[in-house]
Design a protein around this ligand. Structure first.
Ligand SMILES: *Cc1c(COP(=O)(O)O)cnc(C)c1O
Length: 412
């Protein structure tokens, strides 16, 4: 079965978005202080030239292969499939990439742009620490100065990643403001960028922020979906029935989904963090009660209180613990092309253990959200149907946190 009957509407969307101003319909755009407008414009222009430059693209492909370890496998999860007794489950193994998650795809793409711009200093924000580790790694590789901003709470949750970054020569700055997580780290990174904009490139880690970031970060992760498409055709001779990915800012998901947007028979599902449950302040599921607003340079769905103040968020996984979702996801959700679900902390902890036992793979807590929903769906699907789950990262970074949570649970 092939899906060549792509609707012209979807085709147009995919290829014409975002518009010149970085809009995905009503979402996206540029909302930054005057001082950053020039930097964003420069970045937009440099990227527009680079994406058409065969030398740049060759170099990108070479580092993705030699440094990051692409292509990643599309792996049949036999015991998980058997356990669920429904759809045949494949995993896209982004967890096998160097530094442990999909983040390196984008970090390599952007560090090559920084080189093109002659910028020798790199800054980044990080939540779980995976983007910080990927950025520290590419900075070490290319001999660039690297500073990573990280919320103090996240530094505690992900102490091992802090040490990893420092081992690779990055300076890690703890951010004590507010909730001391990703949002505050982004604020600090933006402040730094405003001050040092001539010498510094800001490697933003998700499909978020002001144009051109959401588009650019998406493009760097499209390789995930492109490979998946070729690999599933090779294994099965047809496209999958459903694809599932976890959604923090949305970079692994949009990269995984993008080349399937026109294949309307393929269901695309993003999974947000349900945290302790869908009550105010206890989760990070932006489509469960979020409203249109502007946060950190971008118009999108945001968890906010009735006064428009950014709501507290919570998730067991630092990488999904953020109040806003990438603008492109909001756009395709409105059109019904990408659907959304959520998984809560308790389900995630359970499936983290189940999946490790069944498959011999420790999944990142972020990716485990996709697995939770994937298991539910596989059970509902027929055995002749195909489900592909993006395993965005590995769980080594989460092992001590899970151990603590399980000890707490058994002490009750
Ligand atoms: C950072 C991270 C995420 C969340 O970020 P997205 O931009 O939504 O992909 C998901 N999984 C892993 C393993 C991560 O490190």
């Amino acid at each position: 079965m092939s899906h060549t009957g792509a609707s012209s509407a979807a085709t147009l969307d995919r290829l014409s978005l975002p518009d010149q101003g970085g809009h995905f319909g009503p979402y996206g755009g540029v909302f930054v202080p005057e001082t950053l407008m020039t930097a964003l414009q420069e970045l937009g222009e440099v990227y527009a030239a680079a994406r058409q430059d065969e030398n740049y693209l060759d170099e990108l492909r070479r580092h993705l292969k030699e440094f990051a370890g692409r292509p990643t496998e599309l792996y049949l999860a036999e015991r998980l499939t058997e356990h669920c007794g429904g759809a045949k489950i494949y995993l896209k193994r982004e967890d096998l990439l160097h530094t442990g998650a999909h983040k390196i795809n984008n970090a390599i793409g952007q560090v090559l742009l920084a080189k093109r711009m002659g910028k020798k200093r790199i800054i980044a924000e990080t939540g779980a620490g995976q983007h910080g580790v990927a950025t520290a790694a590419v900075c070490a590789k290319f001999g660039l100065q690297c500073r990573v901003y990280m919320g103090a709470v996240d530094m505690e949750r992900q102490a091992l990643n802090v040490f990893r970054m420092r081992l690779m020569g990055a300076e890690v700055i703890g951010v004590e403001a507010g909730q001391k997580t990703l949002k505050e780290a982004i604020n600090e990174a933006m402040r730094d960028w405003v001050t040092h904009v001539r010498s510094t490139h800001y490697i933003l880690g998700s499909a978020l922020g002001s144009h051109p970031y959401p588009m650019m970060v998406r493009d760097f992760h499209r390789v995930i979906g492109r490979e998946t498409k070729a690999q599933i055709m090779e294994h099965e001779g047809r496209l999958p029935d459903e694809m599932i990915a976890c959604v923090g800012g949305g970079s692994n998901a949009i990269g995984f989904f993008f080349d399937f947007l026109e294949d309307e028979a393929v269901r695309l599902v993003g999974v947000e963090a349900g945290g302790r449950g869908i009550q105010r302040g206890d989760h990070a599921a932006r489509f469960e009660g979020g409203k249109l607003g502007v946060l950190q340079g971008c118009k999108t769905y945001i968890l906010q209180d009735p006064d428009g103040q950014i709501e507290l968020t919570h998730s067991v996984s630092a990488g999904l613990d953020y109040a806003a979702i990438g603008p492109e996801h909001a756009f395709y959700r409105d059109r019904g092309r990408i659907q959304f679900a959520y998984a809560d902390d308790e389900e995630v902890l359970e499936v983290f253990q189940l999946f490790s036992r069944l498959e011999g793979i420790l999944p990142a807590l972020e990716s485990t959200h996709a697995l939770v929903h994937g298991i539910k769906r596989a059970k509902e699907m027929r055995s002749d149907e195909l489900l592909v789950i993006n395993l965005s990262g590995r769980g080594d970074k989460d092992v001590s946190q899970v151990q603590q949570l399980l000890d707490l649970g058994s002490a009750k």
